[in-house]
Design a protein around this ligand. Structure first.
Ligand SMILES: Cc1ncc(COP(=O)(O)O)c(C=O)c1O
Length: 307
């Protein structure tokens, strides 16, 4: 299938809300003067719904507000309205297991960098079926590369703001594809591992679990926060500290976390095979069981249901 045919296929099952109105995907349009389009002056969240219930919705809305704070972006819409509009698109879509993207831009302005010219936001909510990842990916794992595209420094666009500026990540992902890998992780200007293009990264060495700290320059993933919580509550040996590519290439286990993927193993990093079966990943397997329990509890809550 060529890319245009893929795109037409993608449009068949997608639902869009813009500022409270529902649109067919063909008619879902934003002004060319929107600052998100002009400057990447936008923030966003991705979460998902399972069985008609949104997962960790409050955490994602909190992070949206934190992204706005880090970028000094004024939010003119109320939190309740953002949540209401998201649920409205979900209700229209009627997709039980849904992928949800919430985008908030600094709205239109004249062609000037000056963010003070902003007077409203554009809120776009996009719903489509949640991607299904194969059992093989969860058992065998991902092939990642360590990209030479740097994650941006915290003193520039802070990576902890989930902004519309993902070009470094796009380039790192492209590099992975060129090398026939699934995706990429990125280092910072000091050569420390930060995170993946759209996921957080973890490794295990001699029974100790490692994940990079916020100061390395990363997005504090909601899934990362949940796994950190599990480690603390269940007394796993966790070290949130900087580490190098050499360290992770010599790890016993490597895995990623993200909202849509949960915990997913990495079987190969650059050309180094880490391990290929669940038996070789006892720590990740245990964390995964605890994480699945947290999801079960979340699913049993009857808030933010759209069916
Ligand atoms: C750069 C980056 N890091 C990490 C994550 C994982 O975050 P979460 O667990 O909230 O999905 C994402 C997900 O969107 C991301 O884009």
């Amino acid at each position: 299938m060529d890319n245009n045919a893929r795109y037409q296929n993608f449009l068949k099952n997608i639902y869009v809300g813009i500022n409270g109105e529902l649109y067919s995907p063909e008619d879902a349009k934003i002004s060319v003067f929107d600052r998100g389009f002009l400057f990447g002056d936008s923030i966003y969240e991705v979460t998902y719904g399972e069985n008609g219930k949104l997962i960790f919705f409050e955490d994602h809305i909190e992070r949206l507000y934190n992204s706005a704070r880090l970028l000094n972006m004024e939010i003119f819409i109320s939190k309740e309205d953002i949540m209401k509009q998201t649920l409205q698109t979900l209700k229209a879509a009627q997709i039980p297991d849904a992928y949800v993207r919430i985008i908030l831009t600094r709205g239109e302005s004249e062609l000037s960098l000056d963010p003070n010219l902003s007077y409203h936001n554009n809120l776009i909510t996009i719903v489509k079926p949640k991607p299904i990842y194969s059992d093989k990916l969860y058992s065998h794992g991902l092939h990642l590369i360590i990209s030479d595209v740097l994650r941006n420094d915290r003193r520039s666009t802070n990576p902890n703001a989930k902004s519309g500026n993902y070009l470094n990540n796009v380039m790192a992902h492209q590099q992975a594809k060129e090398k026939k890998a699934d995706d990429a992780i990125m280092v910072n200007h000091e050569g420390h591992i930060t995170e993946g293009t759209s996921f957080n990264i973890w490794c295990v060495k001699n029974g100790v679990i490692y994940t990079p700290p916020e100061k390395s320059g990363l997005l504090k993933g909601i899934t990362r926060q949940k796994v950190i919580g599990i480690c603390r509550e269940k007394d796993f040996n966790l070290k949130i500290d900087n580490f190098t590519p050499e360290f992770i290439l010599n790890a016993d286990e490597v895995f990623i976390t993200s909202s849509t993927k949960g915990l997913m193993p990495v079987f190969k990093l650059n050309e180094t095979t880490i391990n290929e079966t669940a038996q070789d990943r006892p720590v990740m397997s245990e964390l995964q069981k605890y994480y699945n329990k947290i999801i079960e509890i979340e699913l049993a809550r009857d808030e933010y249901c759209y069916f």
